[in-house]
Design a protein around this ligand. Structure first.
Ligand code: UN1
Length: 495
């Protein structure tokens, strides 16, 4: 096997080593004998340099006309499209999702690049009448400064693109700290930005741990915005750090998303949805359909078919085109998922399928778990309340539509929900009643598109949305402008 490459940080347009002199390894979760590469284990000093570079670049980038910034993002989209296959391949190697999904991940970044390129020519503010004669009122979006971008490994390029591209089109600069389990895709993304002609220092990359590199970045005095996607526990720490000096922060955190299957549902469709929503990306999506609430009248039938199809899922290396479910991200996560499965059994949920690690033959080299179904789950059990982030689905019986809604909302998260029904009235009531930021009818809880706002309520988020036009509110500040052309003093609310 060829010697794995050592990848560097990108600071002020130069690929540089960390001052720590240390690197960390990134291995293939489907076969840990394969070393993907070594990456810089960055220090607070590296972060300091990266923020300084971004700070310096900001003075010119903010004055670059937004349509010109957008043109660079358009080229980003074109380069991503050209490199799609290669980026998807490396993504599967470094984080395990099946190639088909890795291509989708890159596609999401391409979509985002084109959308944000267009924002360069929109970025609408308002003109609005004044209360007073001969006075003109308008609002403008202003860039904010240096943004810290902290992203997870489950969508190694889609999620960074949701953050970095709107930050840039708004005229901000950024320092990007990707998850330690997906740094190669982050390096590729920076190469794409470079090739597209982004000026030096506008986007910088520092790899490393959350505890050291991430913390130093969030705490840095010159950071003005923190955009974070990860666990609710870490998000809470980020919020506390940001509160100290009032940094703007958008947090995208956990989910415990429910599919509700009503007695009139097309069951075949609902089973397909539960399979894709529950086991796609090995259940490692914040939008994963980790709960399926099924009406008692169709419960037996649904469960039977769900198990039958789950048995057939082919688990393996995501590079093999016949694989339908890849590994989980690492040994620690595998242990945590198995621990949750043990908890489910202890709580009295009925293990209907799976529940075991896969470790024979080729599986022994990766972090594989059987797709797992629990049945007869009580909505208050921990496995029905907490985010597992793995291929574990809890099926919960219910006796009515109203009860399904109540169970659906009985968690502390509020990201995504779905209903399978043929009844339009019920679909609309559910749309109104579910306390989530995303809602689907006759489709699972995954599959958001980038031109709609993405995010959740309750402990999933802190009121912001990513993607679409909504994300501009994270990366810009409003300025209200009043021009008085009356030639005299006019007093608002008085004259
Ligand atoms: C996530 O769930 O972690 O909606 C992000 C989806 C994808 C993004 C998911 N477009 O399934």
């Amino acid at each position: 096997m060829a010697k794995a490459k050592v990848y560097k940080n990108l600071i002020a347009g130069e690929w540089v080593k960390s001052t720590s002199g240390l690197t960390f390894e990134n291995r293939n979760p489907a076969d840990h004998r394969e070393l993907i590469g070594s990456f810089q284990d960055s220090t607070a000093e590296d972060v300091d340099r990266a923020v300084a570079a971004a700070f310096q670049a900001y003075s010119q980038w903010r004055l670059t006309p937004a349509p010109k910034r957008g043109e660079i993002l358009f080229r980003v989209g074109e380069i991503l499209a050209r490199r799609k296959e290669e980026l998807a391949y490396d993504m599967t190697r470094e984080m395990g999702k099946v190639l088909l999904e890795a291509r989708g991940d890159v596609q999401e970044a391409i979509d985002m690049a084109y959308w944000m390129a267009g924002e360069g020519r929109r970025m609408y503010g308002h003109t609005t009448p004044s209360e007073l004669r001969d006075k003109f009122n308008m609002s403008l979006r202003m860039p904010i400064g240096v943004c810290a971008i902290i992203s997870p490994w489950n969508f190694p390029i889609a999620i960074p693109s949701w953050k970095i591209l709107p930050a840039l089109v708004c005229g901000n600069t950024c320092v990007f700290k990707p998850a330690s389990d997906s740094p190669l895709t982050a390096v590729h993304f920076m190469e794409v930005l470079e090739e597209a002609g982004l000026p030096k220092g506008v986007a910088n990359l520092v790899t490393g741990t959350g505890a050291r590199t991430g913390s130093a970045l969030v705490e840095h005095k010159d950071i003005r915005v923190v955009s974070f996607t990860g666990s609710t526990a870490t998000g809470r720490i980020v919020a506390q750090k940001c509160a100290h000096d009032f940094k703007k922060h958008n947090l995208e955190m956990g989910g415990k998303n429910a599919i509700m299957v009503m007695e009139d549902a097309n069951l075949e469709l609902a089973v397909d949805g539960a399979l894709w929503g529950g086991f796609g990306t090995s259940g490692q999506r914040c939008t994963a359909s980790s709960r399926v609430i099924v009406h008692k009248k169709v419960y037996k039938q649904f469960v039977k078919e769900f198990i039958e199809h789950t048995k057939e899922l082919r688990v393996g290396n995501g590079l093999d085109p016949t694989t339908e479910m890849g590994p989980v991200i690492n040994e620690k996560q595998k242990k945590s998922i198995l621990q949750w499965i043990a908890t489910g059994k202890k709580e009295g949920a009925r293990l209907l399928w799976g529940g075991n690690p896969l470790q024979e033959g080729n599986y022994q080299y990766g972090h594989f778990i059987e797709p797992t179904i629990f049945g007869d789950v009580d909505p208050q059990m921990q496995i029905a309340q907490e985010e597992i982030f793995g291929p574990v689905v809890s099926v919960i019986p219910c006796s009515s539509f109203e009860e399904a809604i109540e169970i659906g909302n009985s968690v502390r998260y509020g990201l995504s929900a779905a209903i399978y029904t043929q009844d339009l009235n019920r679909a609309f009531v559910a749309m109104r009643e579910m306390e989530t930021g995303i809602f689907y009818v006759n489709a699972p809880t995954i599959g958001a598109e980038i031109h709609l706002p993405f995010g959740g309520t309750k402990e999933t988020g802190n009121g912001h949305r990513e993607a679409a036009e909504a994300t501009l509110d994270v990366f810009s500040e409003w300025k209200a402008v009043y021009l008085d052309f009356s030639g005299q003093l006019q007093r608002a609310q008085i004259d």
